[in-house]
Design a protein around this ligand. Sequence first.
Ligand code: FES
Length: 101
Amino acid sequence: MPLFRASKTTEIPPGEVREFQLDGHTVAIANVDGRFYAIDNTCLHRGGPLGQGLLHGKTVTCPWHGWEYDVTTGKVGASPTVGVSCYRTEVRGDDLFVECE
Ligand code: FES
């Protein structure tokens, strides 16, 4: 899968999550203690934007109705067999890249 440049690493401070458009695909990227995790931005409930949610530890809460996702796995907290796609991230210098379709 191709790598897409998402942002500067400094654009996503520790403890924050942001949404980015990568070649027509929207991903939510979270900074958990300096490590970056990327998941699909679209909540499985009704399509809420996970990249606009709140991050606590490795859990992002959907801003619309509160479903919680583990950003390291994409899984919905209450139902570990259900989740959104995860994407590999890579830091090169000050730039953050995400591998996605
Ligand atoms: S759309 Fe995400 S919890 Fe409802």
